[in-house]
Design a protein around this ligand. Structure first.
Ligand code: AMP
Length: 130
């Protein structure tokens, strides 16, 4: 285990998965949830999170069963497709740890779309006009 942060059952995404706090859900199955980011950086900004106790991508890819990993990443594509992003394009991002400024320590992938984002990933170039 390379991530020193322990999984916190009370993180905001765990509460969303348990239905304890509301969200704008766009997709849910036995393995994942996908919901709109509360502070969007693009016209489409959806978070996809596994229904499992994984702190980050680093944790998930090391410890989740292979079929779970496949289902998770296929769900990302499914959500992108239902949002009509596959032709225009989209960006997927997952922040792991402090240098990436991960703020919610339940693994999730950001799907960003419906704007031209430029070629760099960073606060100045990620945001596009909403
Ligand atoms: P990260 O910095 O990669 O950990 O991303 C966490 C994301 O979660 C940020 O983009 C937040 O805007 C988003 N977020 C935090 N709380 C909520 C919430 N209750 N519902 C939806 N998105 C949230």
């Amino acid at each position: 285990m390379t991530n020193t942060i322990q999984y916190d059952e009370n993180n905001v995404f765990a509460k969303i998965i348990r239905g304890e706090i509301p969200c704008s859900m766009v997709y849910e199955d036995d393995y994942v949830v996908a919901f709109h980011d509360i502070n969007p950086s693009a016209p489409v900004h959806i978070l996809v999170a596994p229904k499992g106790r994984y702190v980050s991508f680093d944790d998930f890819i090391q410890h989740a069963p292979g079929d779970f990993v496949i289902r998770f990443f296929k769900a990302i594509r499914h959500v992108a497709n239902t949002q009509n992003l596959c032709e225009s394009g989209y960006r997927i991002i997952s922040n792991h740890g402090k240098d990436a400024f991960q703020t919610v320590h339940h693994f999730h992938v950001h799907i960003l779309g419906k704007c031209a984002m430029g070629s760099h990933v960073g606060e100045k170039t990620l945001r596009c006009s909403l």
